[in-house]
Design a protein around this ligand. Structure first.
Ligand SMILES: C[S@@+](CC[C@H](N)C(=O)[O-])C[C@H]1O[C@@H](n2cnc3c(N)ncnc32)[C@H](O)[C@@H]1O
Ligand code: SF4
Ligand code: SF4
Length: 392
């Protein structure tokens, strides 16, 4: 067991070119303490999350049906990270080992994106630096900059294998040019003789892409990307409803798994077929309160991953106004940790979250359409996203 874990850590360090972390004992110490605390789940944490997301922008050129920024239930302010603020925020995470420059927006639209990557690489030379992108803007010039940037990994989100489906799911985007962008990025990296950034494709299983996982896997293999991720979507009573049945999911996942094995493509995440969504009686619990998905928004708010746009879980505090530790062990985190340990959802958003506490398929019968806002004719921004003071 211990040997497997050491082997796994060695593999990750090698793959991410991150052995330099061993020269920074405080970073390693924080990582080990975090692993321990994450298991023990105390109310007060002495370690920082080693994996953090910092949002460059929450603007986007698409309006995907499954994306929480399309729900429109929580109006929020749009904006970009100020590079000077980024420096102040990063300084609060001296032990970060994985920095994802993401949130609810499209990082390639951010004007200072490559400056921020270069700065992050310089300040945290050991860190894995990654992005998720819709890939629409990765033309030849951007591909060149990506290859030279110092990024460890680029995940391109697709969620469809057919152009019609892509148009329906990733509203405002086109699949064929995206496929060209992916082929070119892979070719240019090969021609540059570079191993990094690793290039992966992301597929979220949603209502509208039923039956496309297998062709997606085949396309990924043809492009020669390094890996794929397949994930289920986060559905909430407030926003999206899953309309697919358990049988449809299981059938597709099994076919997808088989094709992945046949083609020998590396799959880094795959939905757990057996457990997570199937037990409506499962007691409430969420690891996010201990930092499993820890995000800083473009304006410095600390939020928890997928729940970013929701009012009740929106901000735990602002890193431009308060110190990290004051927030991390402050009243909101402590209350949520304490309630989660008693299996009580601390707010309405968490109570309705299909990720951890309800049956994902309970709404499959007559589940209704997802409450997404139609694409505005003027562009990809969902109407209803307006300026508003951030809610605590
Ligand atoms: C929020 S996007 C931000 C980065 C970029 N704009 C993109 O699309 O990759 C990051 C990832 O979250 C996924 N995502 C969006 N809404 C989701 C949901 N409800 N459940 C699961 N994943 C979701 C997207 O498909 C994408 O792969
Ligand atoms: S591309 Fe889609 S998933 Fe990514 S932020 Fe924009 S709307 Fe959300
Ligand atoms: S229960 Fe769901 S909404 Fe609440 S913090 Fe966890 S993932 Fe987010």
């Amino acid at each position: 067991m211990l040997f497997d874990s050491i082997q796994e850590q060695y593999r990750k360090l090698k793959e991410n070119d991150a052995f330099g972390v061993l020269l920074h004992p405080k970073v390693v110490k924080n990582y080990l303490l975090y692993q321990k605390e994450f298991k023990e789940q105390p109310l007060e944490m002495k370690s920082q999350p080693p994996n953090i997301e910092i949002e460059m922008t929450n603007r986007c050129n698409l309006a995907c049906v499954q994306c929480l920024r399309s729900v429109g239930l929580k109006p929020y302010k749009l904006g970009d990270m100020d590079p000077e603020n980024y420096k102040r925020i990063l300084a609060q995470f001296p032990y970060a080992m994985h920095i994802s420059l993401n949130g609810f927006g499209e990082p390639t639209m951010y004007r200072h994106f490559f400056d921020i990557v270069a700065y992050t690489r310089q300040e945290r030379p050991w860190a894995k630096i990654t992005i998720y992108t819709n890939g629409q803007l990765i033309d030849e010039a951007m591909a060149q900059r990506i290859i030279e940037s110092g990024l460890t990994e680029v995940n391109i989100s697709i969620d469809a294998a057919r152009p019609e489906t892509y148009r329906r799911v990733r509203r405002g985007g086109k699949l064929e040019p995206l496929h060209d962008n992916i082929r070119r990025l892979v070719r240019m990296r090969r021609e540059a003789g570079a191993r990094l950034p690793m290039i992966g494709l992301n597929y979220v299983m949603v209502n509208d892409n039923e039956g496309e996982l297998v062709p997606f896997v085949e396309q990924a293999a043809e492009f020669g990307v390094d890996f794929i991720n397949c994930i289920s979507w986060a559905a909430y009573d407030w926003g999206f409803k899953n309309r697919r049945t358990r049988e449809s999911y299981l059938r597709e996942l099994e076919a997808g798994k088989q094709r992945i094995d046949e083609l020998g493509i590396r799959c880094r995440s795959f939905p757990d077929i057996s457990t997570r969504w199937t037990d409506p009686t499962k007691p409430f619990f969420c690891d996010f309160y201990w930092g499993e998905q820890f995000r800083v928004t473009y304006n410095g708010d600390i939020t928890l991953g997928c729940c970013t746009p929701f009012a009740e879980t929106y901000s735990y505090g602002n890193l431009l106004e308060q110190d990290f530790w004051e927030i991390w062990n402050g009243p909101k985190f402590r209350k949520n940790r304490e309630m989660a340990k008693r299996n009580i959802a601390p707010n309405r958003t968490c109570a309705s979250c299909d990720m951890f506490c309800k049956s994902f398929f309970s709404t499959a019968e007559g589940g209704g359409s997802p409450a997404v806002i139609p694409l505005s004719p003027a562009g990809a921004m969902a109407p209803g996203v307006v300026e508003e003071k951030l809610t605590a």
